[in-house]
Design a protein around this ligand. Structure first.
Ligand code: MIG
Length: 789
């Protein structure tokens, strides 16, 4: 070699650092082309475009004008926004009705203010930068009062100030620690809460990205390995506004079928038909509600997707029918890997129709997963997604309505844990490497599954559960937090994880109740079921080789407690369902950190061990062993202990006693809460609806939502919406119920009102009529009366 030119290989010289960060430099020109404001700088090109008056998009590329392409996350086209552009000597201002973008010329730096002149984001010594290798980074000023939320699925505490987080979808079986990062989902988005006001940034870049809210005292940054520096500033000013803005860009969930928000039982794996039937028999005999049983990978023939192992599951259709009669849905797992097997029709078809990922030169990509060497559908291509969608028919034909997508990071058994970054994705004729599209693989797979199911369910709502995803995943699937362990620490951690998923647009999330890996104990299962009963997604799941974790697996005492809380879940379904409707309409999460409702309250900023359901219900689980008390923070206002109705003044921390059978729960004054009866599954119609009212001086109201819980007819207006009002003044309680939308007739006719904290001398009226037959429970200080709808 030394005899050839190799001896003077240029790389031999390469001792200089390649990662020098170049500043974008000064603004040279500024032009407007239609609604896009274009800036040419010394070292880069920037386009700015308003999507709405409260959403502005900023895109930079160091070497050429930005393409203004968006990722698959975006569902929103820019609106016509009235913008005033003004150029002064030192800076350019772009002003909508809501935002003012102020751009300094020397050097090019961007600041965004809201309509009240409040500074949202700004750049100082550094702003937009890049390296010769095509990495890009944006550095923004950070205030001492900034707190950060969102970032999708991250371990550790609620407030991400002081954290540095990477987005690179990863299958992590090793214990999830506070430092374990990244996990399965990549949602490159966050919300800043500063002095009670919120704004957001969505960095729509599908390469590996890093958010650094840690390394500097007065700046934070977001970085990507490649692509364009493409981000949206969301104006807020409340946390709910930011979620409305973010989900305007990335979409909202559709309403799940009601069965999907019931209780799910899973294990890796229920191995055969007899085991599944035995499970059903146990749930029925023990009077424990159940809506879904998951079929993990053992249901397949040699882990070939869209097959059944006919020894273990000889009559899947009959099994599914029997489950259906018992009110139970089966949810089979479907992984992306398709076994390389010339006699396997799905593989044959995929090959013949060119559905699998390849290298740019044409060679197939194979990776090892459960079935051995496997090919991976290229979900970035529309035709492959519709092929995969058609495959769902294998399941829908026998009555399946929900699918569980696992391993879709994609996980591959090799050193890097995933697909070769050099694999090329067709991306509908706009080819890109896996390095660029890795983080969206799971999102595309969920899309294919969701739309395939939806098509074949002909008007019924599908349920999809996904492990991996990107921004926008909420449009297609619920997310569970993957392979946690039966550790108390993981019960603790699931709260901030799910709350931050909720702050990231994913309203439908949950953790494996009881813990996946490691052995659960009865006490852990009891406490986790208490908390899990109030997470949006509620599934007990455990790993191969761990102790059994079904509700009855430990002792009668534990079974009793677990039953009580699963039943409680069913009583609370109408309230939860109304919150899911809110998520569908506005993007607001079901499970909320306190900071969402009380952003001004310093105690809430990093409060990670209690959460709210909507604005009125506080859940404060016990998350340590042999512990029968805890401190609970109650924000300002008056609260009631859910179990005793004791009235408690808020704005302080309180000490609460809670034996193993008690989950501390508190209701805020002014709440109106619907409650159903416990039942064996959501298949059983409600014959009564109870409304609990916690009166407050003056007036309070609640918008109750109900529909058929199964079809998509609600999207054409077939639902019931009731406005329930309660006015309370000088011992007179005035309740009015008004159907604001009456296009669905619920099965229940009987309506029960329970007024908390009343006295016998109170005068009650309902829809203008004096209620004379209210029953007064002196012990509980409750007045109860019944009417017919
Ligand atoms: O790596 O299908 O997170 O819920 O039971 C194991 C078997 C593959 C990982 C999932 C887990 C599931 C398991 N899967």
């Amino acid at each position: 070699m030394e005899d050839t030119s190799f001896a003077i290989h240029p790389e031999k010289e390469k001792k200089e650092r390649t990662d020098v960060w170049h500043d974008i430099g000064n603004m040279q020109t500024f032009t407007q082309v239609d609604a896009v404001y274009k800036f040419v700088c010394d070292n880069g090109y920037v386009n700015i475009r308003f999507y709405r008056s409260d959403i502005v998009r900023i895109v930079m590329h160091p070497f050429y004008e930005p393409t203004m392409e968006t990722s698959f996350a975006l569902v929103k086209e820019p609106e016509n926004v009235r913008v005033k552009a003004g150029g002064k000597q030192e800076e350019v201002e772009l002003r909508s009705d809501t935002l003012s973008v102020q751009i300094k010329r020397h050097p090019f730096r961007i600041a965004v203010y809201d309509r009240n002149g409040r500074l949202l984001v700004s750049e100082g010594r550094r702003g937009m930068t890049y390296t010769a290798r095509g990495q890009i980074m944006c550095v923004k000023d950070m205030r001492a009062t900034d707190h950060f939320y969102g970032f999708g699925e991250k371990t550790s505490y609620l407030d991400k100030r002081g954290e540095k987080m990477t987005m690179w979808n990863s299958d992590v079986f090793a214990p999830h620690n506070p430092e374990t990062d990244p996990l399965y989902q990549s949602i490159p988005y966050f919300m800043t809460i500063r002095e009670g006001y919120a704004h957001g940034i969505f960095f729509d870049n599908t390469f590996k990205t890093v958010f650094d809210m840690k390394s500097a005292n007065d700046t934070y940054s977001f970085w990507a390995e490649g692509g364009e520096l493409d981000y949206y500033v969301l104006a807020g000013p409340t946390p709910k506004d930011v979620l409305e803005q973010y989900t305007t860009l990335t979409g909202r969930m559709e309403l799940p079928p009601k069965w999907a928000i019931g209780y799910h039982q899973s294990r890796y794996s229920y191995q055969n038909e007899a085991e599944v039937r035995d499970l059903v028999e146990h749930f029925q005999r023990k009077n424990i509600p159940l809506d879904a049983i998951h079929l993990d990978i053992h249901h397949m023939d040699g882990y070939r997707v869209f097959t059944f192992d006919r020894t273990r599951f000889p009559h899947p259709q009959r099994l599914l029918q029997d489950l259906e009669e018992a009110g139970i849905h089966a949810v089979p797992i479907v992984d992306p890997g398709v076994k390389k097997d010339p006699e396997y029709p799905v593989y044959q078809e995929g090959i013949r129709q060119n559905c699998f990922c390849r290298y740019v030169e044409g060679a197939m990509y194979f990776g090892d997963v459960w079935p051995g060497s496997s090919a991976f559908p290229d979900f970035t291509s529309r035709s492959v997604r519709s092929w995969w969608g058609e495959k769902q028919k294998f399941y829908t034909d026998i009555g399946v309505e929900g699918i569980w997508n696992d391993m879709n990071e994609p996980a591959v058994f090799n050193e890097t844990k995933t697909m070769d970054p050099e694999v090329i994705h067709d991306n509908d004729g706009n080819p890109k490497t896996h390095r660029e599209l890795h983080n969206v693989y799971g999102l595309f797979m969920a899309e294919a599954t969701f739309h395939g199911l939806k098509k074949h369910l002909r008007g019924k709502r599908p349920f999809v559960l996904t492990r991996a995803g990107y921004a926008g995943v909420q449009r297609y699937a619920a997310v569970w937090t993957g392979d946690n362990r039966s550790f108390w620490e993981h019960l603790q951690m699931m709260m901030p994880m799910c709350m931050n998923l909720g702050m990231s647009g994913v309203a439908f999330s949950g953790s494996d109740v009881g813990g996946f890996a490691h052995d659960a104990t009865g006490e852990l299962l009891a406490r986790w079921t208490q908390a899990g009963a109030f997470t949006p997604y509620f599934r007990n799941h455990s790993n191969l080789g761990t102790v059994r974790q079904e509700p009855w697996a430990f002792s009668e005492e534990i079974e009793e407690i677990v039953r009580k809380y699963i039943q409680l879940r069913y009583k609370w379904l109408p309230y939860l369902y109304t919150l899911f409707r809110e998520a569908y309409m506005t993007g607001a999460p079901v499970m909320r950190p306190l900071v969402m409702e009380y952003p001004n309250d310093t105690h809430t900023w990093n409060l990670s061990d209690q959460f709210l359901l909507g604005p009125y219900v506080m859940i404060a689980p016990i998350t340590t062993p042999s512990t029968f008390h805890r401190v609970v923070y109650l924000p300002e206002g008056t609260w009631y202990d859910y179990w005793t109705d004791e009235k408690i003044k808020g704005g302080r921390h309180i000490m609460v006693e809670a034996d193993l059978a008690t989950l501390p729960m508190f209701i805020k004054e002014g709440a109106i809460l619907p409650e159903a009866e416990a039942k064996s599954s959501t298949k059983t119609p409600d014959d009564a609806m109870t409304f609990h009212i916690y009166p407050t001086e003056g007036e309070t109201e609640y918008a109750f939502y109900e529909d058929d819980g199964a079809t998509i007819r609600y999207q054409e207006g077939h639902y019931l919406e009731q406005r329930i009002r309660c006015r309370f003044a000088e011992n007179v309680v005035t309740i009015t119920v008004e159907d604001t939308v009456n296009a669905f007739t619920p099965p229940w006719k009987k309506v029960v009102f329970t007024l908390h904290h009343t006295t016998p001398d109170m005068l009650i009226t309902w829809n203008g009529k004096r209620v004379v037959d209210a029953f007064f429970d002196a012990d509980k200080k409750r007045a109860v009366f019944e009417v017919v709808r």
